[in-house]
Design a binder for this molecule. Structure first.
Ligand code: NAD
Length: 325
């Protein structure tokens, strides 16, 4: 644990969505710092497998509950005070936006309020996992935190974008009216092991298709861009924010911006696949470009991502390959 860390041995941390892709990596990092971690999850998009290696760890507890129904009272691990609450739970992939719209709205609204109330009661630091989707289809590029965004409030993605925007507003309201110690991180496209192969996001989809030798289905012309961040860089950024006294919002991600066509071609080359790149209809309101302005993260947190896209993609391909045999 680094000397500046506010949270380490003896601290109890609640991580909602702890069995999900990003949150389970965060749980690993908190456990290895010596924290005691309670992960709350209803497994709607996450999986016990992601934390199976921790089930014998005495400082880790997994509690099954839907936090949109309120915080569970049945479990002893929930009774003791938390030093920090990280609200990471939410379905987050484009296929989820269509399949789970109401669940997404609830976990980004009522669940956020339940957790903020608990943070007030515990005098805990509250960290909200927001998203680059708060910027919608941005008219400013790259996106600084000062940009207010361009979101279609009734479009197919709005359940996610607006729920996260509501959560940001709620977090700031509790900060202002209750003096709560809060932080908001705006997470840009993150990838790595433990993603679901069928979650509809570009990287797992392209890797699965490439490993099966199927056509790589790129949406639209493939000229739309994303800046991809390997999960260990994101976890590092979230922990820097958690340890700081900053409120945010602060962007976290990388400046490795690439078009979806480039991404597909890179994955074909790294997997050694014979797959061809094909083009299919693009979904509504899909952002044209995405790149974080990382000035604040650098200046306030000393954040610097280190994993190159080739390296991160290779590690992710390895993870998917191992699961396909
Ligand atoms: P994920 O779906 O793998 O993880 C989310 C977890 O939350 C899952 O385990 C799910 O079962 C759980 N969950 C959802 N609703 C719940 C509820 N009502 N009660 C209890 N548990 C619930 O997704 P992820 O990609 O790891 O995203 C984690 C967080 O990071 C999300 O809040 C997401 O919005 C945010 N985020 C992720 C990215 C990304 O690129 N991965 C980008 C921006 C923001």
């Amino acid at each position: 644990m680094n000397a500046d860390a506010r949270f380490g041995p003896g601290h109890r941390i609640l991580v909602t969505g702890g069995a999900g892709f990003v949150p389970s990596h965060l749980v690993d990092a908190l456990i290895s710092r010596g924290c005691t971690v309670v992960a709350l999850d209803n497994f709607i998009t996450g999986s016990k497998e992601n934390v199976a290696h921790l089930l014998d760890e005495p400082r880790f507890t997994l509690v099954e509950a839907d936090i949109s129904d309120g915080l569970p009272t049945h479990h002893p691990a929930m009774a003791e005070r938390f030093d920090a609450i990280l609200h990471m739970a939410s379905p987050a992939s484009p296929t989820d936006f269509e399949k789970l719209p109401v669940e997404i709205l609830r976990v980004g609204s009522v669940a956020t309020l339940h957790l903020l109330d608990r943070a007030v009661a515990d005098s805990a630091r509250f960290l909200m996992a927001s998203t680059s989707e708060a910027y919608g289809d941005p008219k400013e590029h790259p996106q600084p935190e000062s940009y207010w965004g361009n979101v279609n409030p009734i479009g197919i993605r709005s359940v996610y974008d607006e729920a996260k925007r509501f959560s940001e507003a709620a977090t700031m309201a509790y900060h202002r009216s209750h003096g709560l110690d809060t932080a908001i991180v705006r997470i840009f496209n993150t990838y790595g092991p433990r993603m679901r192969p069928d979650d509809g996001r570009a990287i797992p989809t392209f890797i699965s298709q490439a490993l099966r030798g199927e056509p790589i289905t790129v949406h639209g012309t493939g000229n739309q861009t994303r800046s991809i961040c390997y999960v260990s860089d994101l976890v590092h950024g979230i922990l820097l924010l958690l340890d700081s006294r900053e409120t945010g919002p602060i962007n976290c991600g990388t400046e490795h911006e690439m078009s979806m066509r480039q991404l597909a071609e890179t994955i074909v080359s790294l997997t050694g696949s014979s797959s061809e790149v094909t083009y299919i209809t693009r979904s509504a309101d899909d952002p044209e470009m995405r790149r974080p302005d990382l000035t604040l993260a650098r200046e306030l947190l000393g954040y610097e991502p280190t994993v190159t896209p080739e390296d991160g993609l290779r590690r992710t391909i390895e993870y998917f390959r191992e699961r396909m045999v």
